[in-house]
Design a protein around this ligand. Sequence first.
Ligand code: FAD
Length: 475
Amino acid sequence: MHNDFYQDGPELKNTFLSDESLRELIEKKIPVNYRLQIQKHLRDVGEKACGEWLEWSKNAENNKPKLIQYDEWGRRIDHIEVSEGWKNLEKAAATEGIVAAAYERQQQEFSRIYQMALLYLYHPSSAFFSCPLAMTDGAARAIELHGNDELKSRAFTKLTSRSPSEFWTSGQWMTERTGGSDVSGTSTIAEPEGGSEYRLYGTKWFTSATTSQMALTLAKVRDQNGEISKGLSLFYLEKNNIEVMRLKDKLGTDALPTAELNLNGTYAQLIGAPGEGVKRISSVLNITRIYNSICSIGHMRRALDLTQNYATKRSAFGAFLINHPLHKKTLNELEAEFKKCFKFTFYLVELLGKEETGKASDTEKKILRALTPVVKLYTARKCMQVCSEVVESFGGAGYIENTGIPRLLRDAQVFSIWEGTTNILALDFLRACEKEGALAVLTAEFGLKNIPEPKAESAREVVFSVAEQVIQSLT
Ligand SMILES: Cc1cc2nc3c(=O)[nH]c(=O)nc-3n(C[C@H](O)[C@H](O)[C@H](O)COP(=O)(O)OP(=O)(O)OC[C@H]3O[C@@H](n4cnc5c(N)ncnc54)[C@H](O)[C@@H]3O)c2cc1C
């Protein structure tokens, strides 16, 4: 007998209007004088995220970046060719103000909630253009805090521009072959050229956003006596004298160019004093880690939207999947995990907005410092778990490439690696406990109980216990 059954795939609807958690957040947290305008913008963005941006992201993922090392006549050009979709997603990021909205601060301390809501809707349809944006935002903050007037008027203005022709993205080049978690083995040397000018020589092993116009990077300075400093210094550079060795062949994030670079006497400018690099770059990491959490929850939301819709279309044993109590319970449990992550992440976004506008109390500043690594690691791991379950919730279709579902899981893995692995961030939290009394502050604020003794072997148990209890007490 001829079988003419074909399964309908999952559909997305306006991703703002269909998102109860986000709509509630905006109602609750944004004062009425800003709310209408923000809701209107988010509604527009929600439409694009299930329309043209989605098409552009598919185009970008199906047309991976290519490295063209030589021109027709043998000259070394090291050009990275990216897809039309990727270029369009960059323009959209500028015009929607996905970085700019945070720095215009038109909504005062609520600007970060608005801007991160934009990012949250943008990320799952951006083919990971959110990654260059994270580093762009981090660089903007570092320059705002530590840059001189020249950097502020040149780079900061471009990083926070809404004009696609003016807009710059930034790289953040820390990882070398010797290590990403431990950058003390950095072997890039900065040779002084006079004043704050240097030339950099070395290799950077993982550089995403390789097509960016500028980057912040770390190097060891050679002093006038020819001695190489132990400490690291932070440098600003606009792309020059750089060889792209190759693009990485990765598990996911296919559209994102991630390269290995040689710095061959790259002109760069020191930011801050020599040896202050790790301290200075921490302002970048605070931002990129919160971006990571926002992208993790955006990613989870997309995976859940797809499976929840599919469950209303796919039948088994005479009923739609959603009507099978066990399938429904499985999806509800995933939704609950998402909601916890959403609440936790936007709580920190709220604190970040207050800190950046001088409205955070001392306690809030300490909470922000202590919980930023925790929210990053917590949401990254939950995202992987949720995406793995979502793949299974599609049955065999979840394992088939062109349904787009396997990509969700492959891409999710990166959230727990870049910007600090789970263990490294758990240890960072322990440092905040040791040096800044973070546990006492959190205990007083959230009534924490039965936290395991904070020591290296138990660091993971400590951070997960802290995260669960903080989330429980957030209203
Ligand atoms: C797709 C992608 C893009 C990237 N883009 C960039 C970029 O643009 N710029 C950039 O600078 N980097 C980038 N990275 C690099 C990334 O930040 C590093 O890979 C990451 O920080 C880990 O460093 P590592 O690879 O050297 O691992 P290692 O440091 O070798 O870590 C290996 C394992 O050991 C564990 N470990 C290490 N030390 C300890 C310890 N003390 N206690 C317990 N466990 C420990 C880690 O948790 C990890 O599981 C990118 C990575 C990926 C995958």
